[in-house]
Write a protein that binds this ligand. Structure first.
Ligand SMILES: NC(=O)c1ccc[n+]([C@@H]2O[C@H](COP(=O)([O-])OP(=O)(O)OC[C@H]3O[C@@H](n4cnc5c(N)ncnc54)[C@H](OP(=O)(O)O)[C@@H]3O)[C@@H](O)[C@H]2O)c1
Length: 266
């Protein structure tokens, strides 16, 4: 079987950054149901990620706890890292390998930062650099940190959580668009170089996803929901479903999938 054609996720190890947020938590929910071990990260919201782990264990117990031969819940570890720090990002990869005793099979670079400052004259250099560090430099360092193990075993999945901003659209400023646009370029370049090693690289590019820290509900984006053709905010699960599609489809690489309820991005 060609290396990328093995699409079974059972027993793999996934590193999911930003699991304390809305989309990261939804991705963790999808992965646990496919029996994937999880390394979940947070920066400041420890309680959110701890509560997520409790929910994930409950989900597992409900699904498998009644079986006569009890399936053990996948291993779940929690890691704190400020991904604005290069040192902490590099150390995160080492910590995950040490705690799990094996390399990461699936990287979901989901953690992201975006303050809604739209006009270039309001964007400070510090704000620009912080946004680029979290949204672009950290995914680069994470990919660099995991790709050696993936290459050695001839299998890997990398999914970046980008944004419609990568296409120049969206409600944030040019600094956020630059960070996500850079991420898409990096994704396409890596995809072409890593395919021969059994590693696929793709991104999902959401817009207007509710029940997240970025957009908790409709009232936090006044007047904007009726500009979305499907007439509502997206859900974190709808983004997570697309992430799972990339993890389970080894014939798809170098792709960016916009999940925007029909909002135009070109
Ligand atoms: N919601 C949307 O409409 C939307 C649209 C387009 C793209 N996205 C992208 O989706 C991804 C997930 O965001 P979300 O919508 O789920 O929002 P969210 O609920 O606010 O989650 C953001 C996550 O990123 C983490 N994070 C932020 N700054 C960090 C840092 N310096 N170091 C480490 N982690 C950091 C947060 O960790 P802590 O809370 O622990 O600090 C949190 O887990 C982001 O990349 C975002 O750009 C979202």
């Amino acid at each position: 079987m060609p290396k990328t054609a093995d699409n079974l996720l059972t027993g793999r190890l996934a590193l999911v950054t930003g699991a304390s947020g809305g989309i990261g938590a939804a991705i963790a929910h999808e992965l646990i149901l496919r029996e994937v071990d999880l390394a979940l990260t947070y920066s400041s919201s420890r309680e959110a990620v701890e509560s997520l782990v409790t929910q994930l264990k409950d989900v597992w117990e409900r699904k498998y706890g009644v079986h006569i031969i009890k399936n053990e819940c996948p291993v779940i570890t929690i890691h704190q890292a400020d991904l604005a720090s290069a040192d902490q990002t590099v150390k995160l990869c080492q910590d995950v390998n040490e705690k799990h005793g094996r390399p990461v099979d699936i990287l979901i670079a989901n953690a992201g930062y975006g303050k809604r400052i739209q006009d270039i004259w309001d964007i400070s250099l510090d704000e620009f650099e912080h946004t680029l560090n979290v949204n672009l430099r950290a995914p680069f360092l994470l990919a660099k940190g995991v790709v050696g193990g993936m290459k050695a075993q001839g299998w890997g999945r990398i999914v970046f959580v980008s944004s419609i901003a990568a296409y120049g659209a969206g409600i944030n400023g040019c600094h956020y668009a630059a960070s996500k646009g850079g991420m898409m370029g990096m994704m396409k370049n890596l995809a072409s170089r890593l395919a021969e090693h059994g590693i696929t690289v793709n991104d999902v590019a959401p817009a207007m996803i509710g029940r997240t820290g970025m957009i908790p509900n409709e009232s936090t984006v006044p007047g904007l929901v009726n500009t979305i053709p499907v007439g509502r905010l997206g859900t974190p699960k709808e983004v997570a479903d697309a992430v799972l599609m990339f993890c389970t489809n080894g014939y798809t690489t170098g792709q960016s999938l916009v999940i925007s309820g029909g909002l135009r991005h070109h």
